[in-house]
Design a protein around this ligand. Structure first.
Ligand code: SOE
Length: 382
């Protein structure tokens, strides 16, 4: 497509937390990066009053409660899905079948079957030049792009162990109310799909390997929570612990919880190889720790790289040297990459096929947690 053609019209479906984060990114992308122009056509929600107020605040031209009519608008070219996971498949497949480019928030779907159908629809639409992308926004943290490049360049040597954990604490209080994120029929799972999906995607992203087997445990610490019509059963996990064997010989531990008191948004990644290691924590997302065992004996240990320089990924679009970025900026990076894929008529990453691979690992973790926890023998020690 030529830059002189008219702007790419966008519809965002869903206007809560992720809808707001994506709206900010659609507003910022043309001012930050050299990308095709976008027009913020319509914001879609369930309630006319609230979605109209959000559309005005976020800078949308219009609002609607009809996602099908919004997708079918002639002036909408891109559909960005920020709804609970239960709606991802129906909306994405409808949009793809009507020739619209699609960005969908993680995880791809609530089940492997839904993810499979989405990947098949994306593959069919790609033949007609339609681009689809899955919103694992942490692939767009400059420090994690640098981490992936260091691993690929062999700076850690043979990768052997990864420890990836996503800890939050917003459900620690048993009095925190029910939400769609705590109902299996809406969210598909709890911390596993919400946070564990990011961790599993980073295993794929950083290593380029696939997961061949898993063993896992899951727990729901608070089984009932106050709902609109009285106490309601929580039907998803509060936390998961898992060990993943990769097809490159490495082993990864993946944990996810929304009950880790004091951890607000601690997505911590550690990778250990034969020649070095690295560490990252989302709560300090501009820093990457790197240990190179090739350093002189007296200088061993981790050094902290401040990932804010023009030579670092995405930084060229923002500020001069030394200005840190924030969590929300990763969505602007994600949308930049989607727009460049559309302009270049290339497929974006992570693709729906990559999202299906994550969904398969999530399903295996859930199955393992439900079936094969070996009990410690109660017999007295012989
Ligand atoms: C959960 O609290 C959550 O909003 C996730 O759903 C997002 O994917 C993550 O980026 C921030 O935390």
């Amino acid at each position: 497509m030529s830059r002189t053609s008219s702007a790419l019209g966008v519809a965002v479906i869903g206007h809560s937390f992720m809808g707001k984060a994506h709206s900010q990114a659609w507003r910022n992308v043309n001012a930050t990066f050299d990308t095709p122009k976008v027009a913020m056509r319509v914001l879609v929600g369930r309630d006319a009053g609230t979605v109209e107020a959000s559309a005005r605040r976020y800078g949308w031209e219009a609002s609607s409660i009809d996602w099908r009519a919004s997708i079918l608008r002639e002036d909408v070219d891109i559909v960005d899905i920020c709804t609970p996971g239960a709606l991802h498949a129906e909306i994405a497949i409808f949009a793809l079948e009507h020739g619209k480019h699609v960005l969908v928030e993680k995880p791809l779907a609530n089940t492997v079957a839904q993810a499979q159908a989405m990947a098949e629809a994306a593959s069919a639409a790609a033949d007609a030049g339609v681009v689809s992308m899955l919103g694992f926004n942490y692939r767009r943290v400059p420090a994690l792009v640098l981490a992936r490049d260091l691993v690929a360049a062999g700076r850690l040597g043979e990768l052997r162990q990864l420890n990836i954990r996503y800890y939050q604490d917003w459900l620690v209080d048993a009095g925190s109310p029910m939400s769609w994120r705590l109902r299996r029929e809406e969210a598909g799972s709890g911390a596993l799909g919400d946070l564990g999906s990011h961790a599993v995607d980073q295993v794929h992203y950083l290593t380029g390997a696939k997961v061949s087997s898993v063993s896992a445990t899951s727990k729901t610490f608070v089984s009932r929570r106050p709902g609109a019509a009285g106490d309601e059963e929580v039907t998803v996990d509060d936390a998961i612990w898992s060990t993943l064997e990769l097809d490159n010989g490495a082993v990864a531990t993946v944990e996810a919880t929304r009950m880790a008191t004091g951890r607000k948004n601690s997505f911590r990644i550690e990778a250990y190889g034969s020649r070095g290691s690295l560490a990252f924590d989302l709560e300090s997302l501009n820093h990457l720790q790197l240990c190179d065992s090739g350093a002189p004996a007296g200088e061993q240990g981790s050094k902290t790289i401040l990932v804010t320089e023009p030579e670092h990924p995405y930084l060229d679009g923002w500020w001069p040297t030394g200005h840190v970025l924030g969590w929300a900026d990763t969505f602007t990076h994600e949308i930049r990459d989607l727009l460049l894929a559309i302009e270049g008529n290339t497929q974006a990453s992570p693709s729906f096929a990559e999202g299906l691979e994550v969904q398969r690992v999530l399903s295996a973790i859930e199955h393992s947690a439900a079936n094969n926890c070996a009990r410690v023998a109660p017999d007295p020690v012989p």
